[in-house]
Design a protein around this ligand. Sequence first.
Ligand code: BGC
Length: 249
Amino acid sequence: MDDNSFQHILSIDIGGSHVKATILNQAGALTMDYQRVETPKPTTPEKLLQTIVGLTKNFPVFDCISVGFPGYVRDGVVITAPNLDTSLWHNVNLKQLLQDTLGKPTKVVNDADMQGLGVVNGKGFEIVVTLGTGFGTALLMDGYLLPHLEIAHHPITKNKDYDQYIGEKEMLEIGDKKWNKRVQKVIGILQTVFNYDHLYIGGGNAKKIDFELDSNITIVSNKDGIKGGARLWRIEETPTVRPNYTAIQ
Ligand code: BGC
């Protein structure tokens, strides 16, 4: 659904450690300081809704809501929430819950996908990864989201997926030096597997990268990422085909 009549967008980024929110204008610029609070634990849908209500209660008026959620989301319904607890979230219609609670049209997508919409330059095949509690990934072609892949849960060693290999918990355990070596290895894999035109690295731990990056790799901030909430209202939440693409009959 496209809707260009919305002037002010409440953009919410739900992370494993913090929930961040701001109000964007249509062009994606922040109209107020970006606010954040800790993600409640255990992160039940009820507690998360209360946190969002508390966080946004003094915000200026907004017309619609965009949410980046840390898991697999289909048509606003959460399928998995690996870093929050999938057993609490499976089949929760977060889109409906937020629409009912805050009274505004809502779109919910994967958190890395929303960040991706905020940071890419829209040229060619771009990948956005986020280094935080988990390993978020978004793939975009000419600025449009490609179907979301949970690369975080592809095994990289015999007993670790990407979340377990370079996620926050592991980083704290192995230390920055070893973690950097692993991140460098992961970037090499992405380069070989995807041959991206540009790679963007965001998330709270991106600032810990201490090695030199190729010229087609850029570090981006969470603040840049949250801007994706504005673009989300100009594209489909769940891409199935590329724009102008005619499906084979
Ligand atoms: C989840 C992804 C999410 C990433 C960052 C991973 O554990 O599987 O869906 O994007 O964490 O939050």
